[in-house]
Design a protein around this ligand. Structure first.
Ligand code: ADP
Ligand code: MG
Length: 238
């Protein structure tokens, strides 16, 4: 499937004000696109518009060329677009395994769901090792890994990650970026929002800078990393 995303002229916000003000953004199929920008710029808002959590006031979202603007979160999930939110989203008092099964709540065939969870556990050692532990007892990095594994339950061609490395120690952060690179090499389309802009751009094909409600700058990630001006304005000290 050609799982590209196209955002055209997106206007969106909360209450009165517009946060996104005519945003155009292309997320090419099979690539990692990293969206950076200052705190409060509207990066999470972009992901909410894509995953159906927030309906835009104007503009269009297209998935593989099909207009999916205003589709519900469930319909977007069914269509293959997963969203791993910034905040912790596991059910802390449920086991890792039960959290995994929740990732496929829209599928009625429970035997198929268990088969899929077993496949994922074969690929992700943390799921197999900690399957009976309460999710809340895992470290931050382990929880994020299980969140990502849970999102894999529906085998989504498109995944939106909202600051997956935030608050993690360096080793766990490195591990998460490794997982993203691996999912990308499966051929999935990834839109990554990152505070750790340098690390995000380092694994991305394309970088985009969100500023004042539009994608102000879109370029190969390596170009953004090398630009002294982008570094000074958006990346902080190396
Ligand atoms: N649920 C909400 N209600 C009202 N304002 C919100 C809500 N969520 C975010 N905002 C505001 O929208 C702006 C953009 O937020 P967000 O998309 O979360 O930015 P970023 O992810 O780039 O830090 C911020 O000013 C934030 O305060
Ligand atoms: Mg955010």
């Amino acid at each position: 499937m050609d799982a590209s995303l196209e955002l055209r002229g997106i206007v969106a916000g909360y209450g009165q004000g517009d946060i996104l003000r005519g945003l155009d953004l292309d997320v090419p199929a099979g690539q990692i696109t990293c969206l950076i920008g200052p705190n409060g710029a509207g990066k999470s808002t972009v992901l909410r518009v894509i995953s159906g959590l927030l309906e835009p006031r104007a503009g269009h979202v297209r998935l593989a060329g099909e207009d999916v603007t205003g589709w519900s979160p469930q319909r977007m999930l069914e269509r293959g677009v997963a969203h791993v939110p910034q905040e912790r989203s596991l059910f802390p008092s449920m086991s890792v395994w039960d959290n995994m099964l929740m990732g496929a709540y829209i599928i009625d065939d429970r035997a198929a769901v268990v088969r899929r969870a077993t496949e994922i556990a074969d690929r992700w050692p943390i799921v197999a090792r900690r399957r009976n532990d309460l999710a809340g007892s895992l470290s931050g990095g382990e929880q994020k890994t299980v969140e990502i594994a849970r999102a894999m339950m529906l085998d989504p061609p498109v995944i939106c990650f909202d600051e997956p490395s935030v608050g993690l120690e360096p080793r766990a952060r490195k591990n998460i970026f490794g997982i993203l690179a691996e999912l990308s090499s499966d051929g999935r389309t990834i839109l990554l929002v990152e505070q750790n802009a340098r690390s995000g751009l380092a694994i991305a094909h394309t970088g985009a800078v969100l500023d004042a409600g539009i994608a102000r700058l879109v370029a190969p990630a390596s170009e953004l990393l090398e630009s002294p001006e982008v570094g000074r304005l958006y990346l902080g000290a190396p």
